[in-house]
Ligand binder design. Structure first.
Ligand SMILES: Nc1ncnc2c1ncn2[C@@H]1O[C@H](COP(=O)(O)OP(=O)(O)O)[C@@H](O)[C@H]1O
Ligand SMILES: [Mg+2]
Length: 168
């Protein structure tokens, strides 16, 4: 069984075809890298996978389950996490705040001590070498990237999409 199974994905923007019948298959534990010149359609395909764009044709299965109505909300439920090329972090806040905030729907109070501990443990588990209480503004680009990845892992993502992970 494939973790990600995209078959004959076609995505058009008006009369322009950005993805033309693309097959993309990923098994659990695999790391794939999409290479292509600027405008080749890499981000478009990943946006289709993450439910940000709707494919005009083709089919998508996550962990063997066919996804008919895809959306970013649904993507989280399927265990997908996406780190976009441009960071979506609040510089004035700490690492743990960036990771936790926006992740606790309907919750108006957060146990600070617990949250810090949880974020720190997750960071340590993956050897991210982050201090949960550091201010994001003080971090290097590479460290910010790790915070973005931590955000997806904190939400329980098991399939990570990293768009231009080495760009800055
Ligand atoms: N929202 C959009 N509307 C119109 N055209 C788009 C849109 N997104 C991407 N494109 C076009 O689709 C092509 C592929 O873009 P993209 O997937 O961003 O390429 P890559 O990530 O490989 O550089 C480009 O020609 C781009 O201009
Ligand atoms: Mg791109």
């Amino acid at each position: 069984m494939y973790a990600v199974e995209m078959r004959k994905i076609t995505k058009r923007f008006g009369s322009f075809t950005a993805n033309d019948q693309i097959d993309f298959l990923v098994k659990k534990g695999e790391i794939h890298c999409l290479l292509g010149e600027n405008g080749a359609g890499k981000t478009t395909l990943m946006n289709v996978l993450f439910g940000l764009y709707k494919a005009d044709e083709g089919e998508l299965k996550i962990n063997g389950k066919e996804i008919k109505k895809h959306s970013a909300r649904n993507a989280f439920q399927c265990g997908l996490g996406m780190v976009h090329q441009h960071f979506m972090l609040v510089d004035a806040l700490t690492v743990w705040e960036n990771v936790v905030i926006g992740n606790e729907p309907g919750k108006f109070s957060i146990n600070k001590k617990e949250a810090i501990k949880k974020v720190q443990e997750l960071s340590d588990k993956y050897h991210f070498d982050l201090n949960a209480e550091a201010k994001v503004a003080d971090l290097s680009i590479g460290m910010k990237q790790r915070v973005e990845i931590l955000k997806t892992l904190y939400r329980g993502a098991e399939i990570l999409i990293l768009d231009e992970p080495t760009a800055y």
